[in-house]
Design a protein around this ligand. Structure first.
Ligand code: WT7
Length: 641
């Protein structure tokens, strides 16, 4: 039997191995020992039942709980005055807010009563379209407190993206803010909502938080101000008693079709998985200050700004702004000011910041930092070293965390200071995560002490996995459980070294067949990115008469680097030497930036269309982070021809 400490933390690599083994040998007793450390209204009858054919997965069945009692009530007793949330505004002149566990408890209960007073009941769906302000976390927790299912939609999405998500989940209420600050810009969120609400018959009430003093058009009978509604209700709100497998939230993620998938997460398993992984990956100590720069509109924000950190009793930072405002030193200024110990961000942000003069980072005292993290995409070697050298000063372990909206929690990652790290490797699976590398024929590549590469699958359920696609269980089955029988398919490729460390090689759907050869875009991009002048790149395939497909590389360069024939030669030869001549692109196009989704992923679909001469069929580009980049890329492409 393992002895599980209160903070759930593994404390040595030998112990990691021991726990991992225990979690594979006896998953039920392992997870039950972890779950014992939480507050339950009633203990579960059955730890796990599952059938990957249906597919159906249930954890802690019969258990009753409320996740907010684990995030709030239990810390009311032990650490009421500890800061739960530190909020840093977009504008550095505005004041930082500190909210203690006691204050957060009161705010959540108070707002939960607003939801109830407006007819929201257990099981009702509530859409949240809000900026990164504490009220977003409060609204999330208030929903959970009364058993309403939240569906957070990132506040950068367009009105049509918002209305289709509202309609897919039949949301009864929309919670928003009048305006949002984003760098130098102010965006009228409520106006976007009003557009979306023209086609959303299920919405009965809109609650509007006033972020700015500007006048806000309100529709009488439907729209109500957050502050006014608070005046009408009391501050005590008992937590709704939830079944372990009741829905906690829906969160949309894009798929291979245009229609986004509403991933459904449930109460108990999600709580156990996010808290366990948070404690172990980051190795939090009680006085640490943790900052994840993601937006709560994404799964990273759900699991590692709100639920994981709060259920662990940690201090979590929320940042309203962007890394480039008022200048590119903003992240580092905040690290110094708030004495951040744990900093968790995306490789795309690191690459953007590494492109700037070093003075932006060197100006600040980053000595409070203990642990650095990355998430969202493979981190290339160059960015890894920049992060390690200039942010961590070689003293901070980097946790490269691999996971997905669907997995709910981190699946592969070093445990900070415990697992030996290796640049660009997410390293080892967390306890409870049973991975499988699959070959082309759909057979598992057995674990010998050898290197292997294949498609990444998971062969046993884990508590925080999504249970279905909202309203479309068939799609859930088709996308995740049909590729490999009896296994969850991740959609990613991975390489495993002789020590069992995993490196994610990228989406396998980005494989391109050139002259009959299987080429992954990710390794080619890695090779290009090795060049000292290159900031970022994206490789796509386009139809070719002889080869079937040919490669086109879109490349962005570091500041002040000039394009030259020599540079193209060097890049091509770098690919030739790292992968082979077959991987050399036919076209190398230099562009000032690449089209990105809001979560920082390159939109290869757009690049493919441009390289195929179909720039008039790009479809909806309004959900891009930088739609203005597209025109410049088309120009660069035409110039190249
Ligand atoms: C996809 C999931 C998990 C929160 C943010 C993204 C890629 C994620 C890593 C990593 C290499 C990564 C994968 C995965 N990905 N983390 N550390 N190394 N790739 O969530 O939008 O659901 O995307 O992001 O391709 O499948 P998401």
């Amino acid at each position: 039997m393992l002895t599980i400490p209160d903070n759930l933390q593994i404390s040595s690599f030998a112990q990691y191995k021991e726990w991992y083994q225990a979690s594979v040998n006896a998953p039920e007793s392992f997870w039950s020992a972890i779950a014992e450390q939480f507050e339950w209204k009633k203990k579960w009858n059955n730890v796990l039942s599952y059938d990957f054919k249906k597919p159906e997965v249930k954890w802690f069945e019969g258990g009753k709980l409320n996740i907010t009692e684990n995030c709030l009530d239990r810390y009311l007793k032990t650490q009421p005055n500890k800061t739960a949330i530190i909020w840093e505004p977009n504008n550095p002149d505005e004041e930082t807010r500190h909210i203690t566990y006691r204050q957060l408890y009161v705010k959540v209960s108070h707002f939960a009563n607003v939801l109830k007073n407006n007819g929201i009941q257990k099981g009702d769906k509530v859409c949240l379209y809000m900026p990164m302000i504490p009220e977003l976390a409060i609204a999330v927790l208030a929903c959970a407190r009364i058993g309403a299912v939240h569906s957070v939609v990132f506040a950068g999405f367009s009105s049509s993206a918002l209305s289709s998500r509202i309609n897919d989940a039949h949301c009864k209420m929309l919670i928003t803010a009048n305006e949002v600050y984003r760098g130098e810009k102010k965006v009228e969120l409520k106006t976007i909502c009003d557009e979306a609400l023209e086609n959303t018959p299920s919405i009965e009430t809109v609650i509007v938080y006033r972020r700015t003093v500007e006048p806000t058009p309100m529709k009488i009978g439907r729209d109500k101000f957050w502050f006014d509604e608070l005046q009408k209700v009391g501050k005590d709100c008992e937590a709704e008693i939830m079944d372990a497998e009741d829905e906690l939230f829906i969160l949309y993620t894009s798929g291979s079709t245009g229609q986004p998938k509403g991933m459904v997460h449930t109460c108990a398993g999600y709580m156990v998985g996010t808290t366990f992984s948070f404690q172990n990956v980051f190795q939090m100590q009680s006085d640490d200050i943790y900052w994840c720069t993601a937006d709560i509109g994404w799964i990273t924000g759900h699991s590692y700004i709100v639920y994981g950190p709060l259920a662990a009793g940690a201090t979590t930072v929320m940042f309203e702004g962007v890394p480039s405002y008022p200048d590119y030193g903003r992240f580092w200024e905040i690290c110094e000011k708030l004495k951040i110990t744990h900093f968790y961000t995306a490789p795309t942000a690191i690459r953007a910041l590494a492109k700037q003069p070093l003075s932006f980072v060197e100006k600040y005292d980053l000595s409070s930092l203990k642990v650095l993290g990355t998430v969202g995409e493979p981190i290339n070697e160059e960015a890894w070293h920049w992060y390690n050298d200039y942010v961590g000063h070689g003293n901070c372990p980097i946790v490269d965390t691999w996971w997905q909206t669907e997995t709910g929690a981190i699946m592969i990652s070093p445990l900070a200071g415990i697992t030996p790290t290796r640049p660009t490797f997410a390293t080892q699976p967390l306890p409870g995560v049973q991975l499988a590398l699959m070959d082309e024929k759909g057979k598992e590549i057995e674990k010998k002490p050898e290197k292997a590469e294949g498609r990444l699958a998971v062969k046993f359920p884990w508590p925080s996995m999504a249970r279905t696609v909202y309203g479309n269980h068939e799609r859930y089955k088709k996308v995740y459980f049909s590729q490999f029988e009896g296994k969850y398919f991740t959609g990613d490729g991975a390489y495993r070294d002789a020590s069992g460390n995993y490196r994610i090689t990228g989406r396998v759907d980005d494989v391109i067949i050139v002259s009959g050869h299987n080429l992954g875009t990710a390794p080619i991009e890695n090779a290009i990115n090795e060049h000292a002048s290159v900031a970022e790149s994206a490789v796509i395939g386009f139809p070719h008469e002889i080869k079937g497909n040919a490669l086109c590389a879109y490349v962005t360069l570091h500041k002040d680097i000039q394009v030259s024939d020599q540079l193209i030669k060097e890049i091509r030869s770098l690919i030739g030497t790292t992968i082979g001549p077959i991987a050399k692109p036919d076209k190398v196009i230099f562009t000032p930036s690449l089209p990105k989704t809001r979560s920082g992923k390159i939109m290869r679909r757009i690049l493919r269309k441009i390289a195929s001469g179909q720039e008039d069929q790009l479809g909806d580009i309004s959900t891009l982070l930088n739609p203005e980049a597209v025109e410049k890329i088309i120009l660069a492409y035409k110039k190249h021809l």
